[in-house]
Design a protein around this ligand. Structure first.
Ligand SMILES: Cc1cc2nc3c(=O)[nH]c(=O)nc-3n(C[C@H](O)[C@H](O)[C@H](O)COP(=O)(O)OP(=O)(O)OC[C@H]3O[C@@H](n4cnc5c(N)ncnc54)[C@H](O)[C@@H]3O)c2cc1C
Length: 445
């Protein structure tokens, strides 16, 4: 059974995917975005103000690609047509972790490598081809109108053409990202402040675009260098992207800021582990200047605990949780929220499937998705004594488990494949808990 109208706040990755997942269940889908957006696809998409993390590296892991493809089946074709690079997991994508390079093995699947702006443009194109979707760009969320029973009734927006005012809504998705004004609006209007779990991870990113040198013109090679915790804090990512360029990200923590001048970036590159980064980039040319972004905290908002959340208000994506971006999970989590929204909306019109129960089921599922990813990410961050937050009692065991897996994949291709699958969120972490790994964990005790 179709409902009249759903309003999605925010046309970032989560908002676009939520709108796509909800489109089959509503007569009209209205997406409200505060940024002005180009009318036509740009030959070279660029970051925008409403997504301040946008210039930084945004890799989409395989589970995310698969989930987006479930919502927009031609997503992979459009990514390739738009010029996204592809890299073969385990082969082109070379990972330095735990003090050494992973063995090079071809695991038979590839992942996309592109700027965030290109990927967002591709998904926006998929969405805007749907006949019942309208995008109101340049319009800002200012508040909700609630009915007498406390359910959402309309969204208030301000903006230029097509003007401010109210937009009626059966459901409202809050996909306004990590800076969403919704939690404050809820608190200001007597609904209480959502409880947030926090961990002080204090991560700094600097990203720039480089012209690929001649020797790498047609190469799909990519490098990910993860700092060996707790002794080292510096890491880096160098990936091929659209337009024959490389995207270079330098990352660090706890006040060790990656620099913004390229000569200083070269010195930083010389200092990261792996011994290859400096030589790869020393003769390149910067095409887009270094930009910095800081992630002081990993946050998880427990919307499922709120007693007085207006019925029909559905938080999604970074509004629920954000964490260490080095794991490249954020867009995938947003896609899983959108997928979950679509599943819950299938219940509409079935026995017990009213908007209230759909909202409740969705929020429980979405918070659980974020919580699992958040916990795993934060527990890895706790390898650094300076990370602030509540450490789990089995933290030392978890760290030994990671060490055991890292050791065994040197000689064991099956475990290596499983580790890649877990990192790409294609399998749960439990896929690594083999008897030989657990035995090695005991030996490390
Ligand atoms: C440094 C860094 C690197 C990252 N790297 C990766 C990565 O490699 N891989 C990955 O998967 N994830 C990565 N992420 C995470 C990723 O950016 C987010 O998880 C993802 O963008 C979440 O999507 P979202 O739709 O929730 O929010 P966003 O994509 O941030 O979108 C929010 C939207 O809401 C709009 N908006 C805000 N306020 C209003 C308002 N009042 N009215 C109307 N519209 C509004 C904004 O303009 C924006 O368009 C990274 C994050 C950071 C910080």
């Amino acid at each position: 059974m179709k409902r009249e109208q759903i309003v999605v706040l925010g046309a970032g990755i989560g908002g676009l995917l939520a709108a796509g997942a909800a489109a089959p269940y509503f007569d009209r889908v209205i997406v409200v975005e505060k940024d002005q957006l180009p009318d036509q696809p740009l030959a070279e998409p660029v970051p925008r103000k409403g997504v301040p993390q946008g210039p930084q590296v945004h890799a989409i892991i395989k589970r995310g690609e698969n989930t987006i493809t479930g919502i927009f089946p031609d997503f992979p074709d459009r990514m390739r047509a738009a010029g996204s690079a592809t890299v073969i997991a385990g082969w082109n994508l070379q990972v330095h972790e735990g003090g050494g390079w992973h063995p090079r093995r071809d695991f038979g699947f590839s992942i996309f490598a592109q700027t965030r702006a290109l990927m967002e443009q591709v998904i926006r194109g998929c969405l805007l081809d749907l006949a019942n979707v309208t995008l109101k760009a340049g319009c800002r969320f200012t508040g909700l109108d609630l009915s007498d029973n406390g359910a959402v009734k309309a969204v208030r927006i301000s903006g230029d053409d097509p003007g401010g005012g109210d937009i009626a809504a059966d459901l409202v998705v809050d996909a306004m990202g990590r800076g969403s004004p919704m939690p404050k609006w809820l608190d200001d209007h007597g609904h209480g402040m959502v409880r947030r779990s926090r961990a002080g991870i204090n991560i700094h990113y600097v990203t720039m675009l480089l012209r690929r040198p001649e020797a790498y013109r047609d190469s799909a090679d990519a490098w990910v260098i993860r700092a060996t915790a707790p002794a080292k804090v510096r890491g880096a990512t160098l990936i091929p992207i659209e337009g024959g360029r490389w995207l270079l990200t330098l990352a660090s923590r706890f006040g060790d800021l990656p620099p913004l001048d390229f000569p200083d970036c070269l010195e930083f590159a010389r200092s990261v582990e792996g011994g290859v980064l400096y030589d790869l980039i020393k003769d390149t040319e910067v095409t887009t200047a270094p930009r910095r972004f800081m992630v002081p905290e990993a946050l998880l908002a427990h919307f499922d605990e709120m007693d007085d959340l207006p019925a029909g208000l559905l938080p999604l994506g970074d509004v629920i949780g954000n964490f260490n971006p080095m794991l490249a999970q954020g867009m995938t989590i947003a896609s899983l929220h959108a997928e979950s929204l679509g599943h819950c909306l299938q219940q509409l019109g079935k026995p017990g499937g009213d908007l209230q129960s759909v909202s409740h089921d969705y929020i429980s599922a979405a918070v659980a998705i974020s919580e699992t990813a958040w916990q795993a990410a934060v527990n890895a961050d706790f390898a650094y004594p300076k990370t602030e937050g509540n450490r789990p009692p089995d933290l030392a065991e978890q760290q030994k488990f990671r060490r055991a897996v890292r050791e065994i994949i040197e000689t064991d291709a099956d475990l290596h494949k499983a580790a890649i699958d877990v990192q790409q969120m294609l399998q749960p972490g439990s896929a690594l808990a083999r008897p030989d790994v657990l035995e090695r964990v005991r030996e490390l005790s």
